[in-house]
Ligand binder design. Structure first.
Ligand code: CA
Length: 234
């Protein structure tokens, strides 16, 4: 992954850089917010993830998040800060950050958060994901379903894309609800216990609204199974 790191503490920046590079990432570092913004906005699709320190000498990390979102950038944003109270956390997330990490940093945690963001972010996947008569286009957020009478294009929400993407990657397998929950939801942010069942229901309803058969079968007390050929059923 190509990562932008905007952090004014030289020692911390250099250790983050070392750790990320060891994981095979390419890291561009700059110490100032303005410089970071220039790098980010110069070529909008260059970075796949950005890490911003909150307190920077010129533009704050918060402002960087706001600007990135205002410019329509969808890459995952991770905010680093010594602030840790809830109001600040909410402010960071409201500004468009995907996650928030308090200093002092534990490098293992930083890596784990980055992996989680990678897993959860649609833009990290292959742009087109296909299984049977289903094809998910991450660029447009549409699911293309080949039916007996032609192709139907279904508009999916971000969460529906993640769920459908997981099914497409695991066709015909029984997937426990707990695994879907662990892979696609942040236990911290989504404490509701039936979140998976609720989302599956929404996805089925969405497909039904396009007159499509549901490809997701509930396997009692085991989980869910995606049938990649269900679109062809009458
Ligand atoms: Ca700082």
């Amino acid at each position: 992954m190509r990562i932008l790191l905007v952090e004014d503490e030289a020692d911390l920046a250099s250790s983050i850089q070392t750790v990320l590079q060891r994981q095979g990432h390419v890291v561009d570092h700059c110490p100032g917010g303005l410089e970071g913004w220039n790098l980010l906005s110069a070529e909008l699709a260059r970075y796949e993830l950005a890490i911003f320190d909150w307190m920077l000498p010129d533009l704050s990390g918060l402002e960087l998040c706001r600007r990135a979102r205002a410019a329509g950038l969808g890459l995952p944003l991770l905010l680093l800060t010594a602030r840790s109270d809830t109001a600040d956390r909410v402010e960071g997330l409201d500004a468009g950050a995907d996650d928030y990490l308090s200093k002092p940093l534990a490098m293992e945690e930083l890596l784990a958060r980055i992996r989680a963001l990678q897993r959860r972010h649609p833009s990290y996947r292959e742009p087109l994901l296909e299984a049977g008569c289903y094809c998910l286009d991450y660029a447009t957020g549409q699911l293309l379903v080949t039916t007996a009478s032609g192709q139907v294009s279904v508009e999916l929400s971000a969460k529906e894309q993640q769920l459908m993407g997981y099914f497409l990657e695991h066709p015909s397998q029984i997937i426990p609800g707990s695994r879907l929950r662990n892979q696609l939801w942040d236990l911290h942010q989504d404490p509701v216990s039936n979140v998976v069942a609720a989302q599956v229901r929404l996805l089925r309803r969405k497909l039904a609204s396009y007159d499509l058969a549901s490809p997701i079968e509930t396997v009692p007390s085991k989980g869910y199974r995606f049938d990649p050929q269900a679109g062809l059923q009458p």
